[in-house]
Design a protein around this ligand. Sequence first.
Ligand code: NAD
Length: 493
Amino acid sequence: PVDTRHWIGGERIASAATSATASASTATSAATATFTDHSPIDGTPLAEIARGGADEARAAVGAARDAFPGWAATPPGERARLLHAVADGVEARIEDLAVVETADNGALLRSHRRGVMPRVVHNLRHFADRLLALAHDDFETRGHTNHVSWDPAGPAVLITPWNAPLMLASWKIAPALAAGNTVVLKPAEWTPLTASLFADIAHEAGLPAGVLNVVQGYGAEVGEALVADPDVRRISFTGSVPTARRIAATAGAHLVPCSFELGGKSPLLVFADADPQLAADLAVEQFDNAGQVCLAATRILVEESVRDVFLGHVLDRVAKLTQGDPRDEATDVGPNIHPRHVERVDGFVRRALDAGAKAVTGGGRNTELTERGGNYYLPTLLTDVAQDSEIVQEEVFGPVLTLQTFPDGDEDEAVRLANDTRFGLAATLATGDRERAARVGARLVAGTVWVNCFFVRDLSAPFGGSRASGIGREGGDWSFDFYCDLKNTVTAP
Ligand code: NAD
């Protein structure tokens, strides 16, 4: 069981305005209702979730504002100790968190157990340790001492999506709290559960009241109210481009700095000198999490002469993928998040097929699994797509890849195609030639370039997107840069 009320100022809040226990029949106005959270695995209702509005947003930001002076003044060593205690609490409950997250967002249970939840622990520990190693070097100018300090900015609003709910939340919570800020987290309405569990874990670990607050609800309701609150000093958002635009407009009015991790349409460039097995593995990896990965290399660009061999290897592998219940160890591809999302994914594919694309595999829902109530879309690979078509230019966020070719030996054309979208999140290269990798990688517009690998991420590295894929970088000291107001104190000799 998960307590799905808001967590504000160290208390579970079923305020007069919002009651998680209110029956659906009382769901008459936005701020007085609950909403039902369903599992993408089979449509089962999982929980009634508190549906926050302006009152809860105000209360949560108020709690964060009141707790801020005390938390900011807490010595770094003590903040780091508490973050490690929260990490210990998460580590002790990896199994619970993994099971709940899989029920809620449909990603593979084995990934949650062995990869994602351990990563949450790692996020917390990394930023706790990093806080203690932040550079505080003094330097001199004409006998005067410059002392640079990392002052926490104040209450931070963190808004996260549904594709990796707790992992992405902890990637923001850890540096924000380490730096001495207080936090209001709003998880996505389709995946509210692990954020609530995390609030319990943080409380049990001894995090003071008001330092971490969690409000539940819809983006257009409590999300907008949080962003508009005048006491907020930072907004960190991971999600879609249209939402980022709305948040930026509101934050702009208050001059509040925003960090945006947004969508992508990243390329996988396969050169003729690549290891064909590795290149095919990299392509099929893009179906992980049913394609709901911002970094996914969904546009395959392959050198003409190896196209057929490469495609053959890819199709062999796709034929061996098992789609099904994400709780089964044998499953490789689970469901997509929501029936509405599958509808959207299918719309992209239908329009592409209407425009002349060919589905060499997939191309529609998995009818058998869909009949059992889940949101399953077949791993899909489309050929015969035009560079300026919607399917090549827009993020689908489902298990849908496109395949295009570039002329043999024409690196310029490969780079041109790779860079020719409005995004710039990541790029993956498969090549046996390191010099080519360096040459091509340097010309790609992307926050991360992977050479003969994918999804290898060190938390010390900068992470983020260029162009419409985001603003700013998280990771390493870049996270502290964002959550702090750096101050230079100059002292005369
Ligand atoms: P979304 O923008 O619809 O929602 C994200 C979050 O924003 C949710 O919590 C939602 O409730 C909230 N929100 C919605 N409208 C809001 C508003 N007006 N004001 C404040 N908050 C609001 O995105 P999504 O569909 O949940 O997530 C998928 C998107 O996220 C994809 O584009 C994907 O690429 C992107 N993503 C990016 C990264 C990255 O690191 N770059 C990681 C994961 C996902």
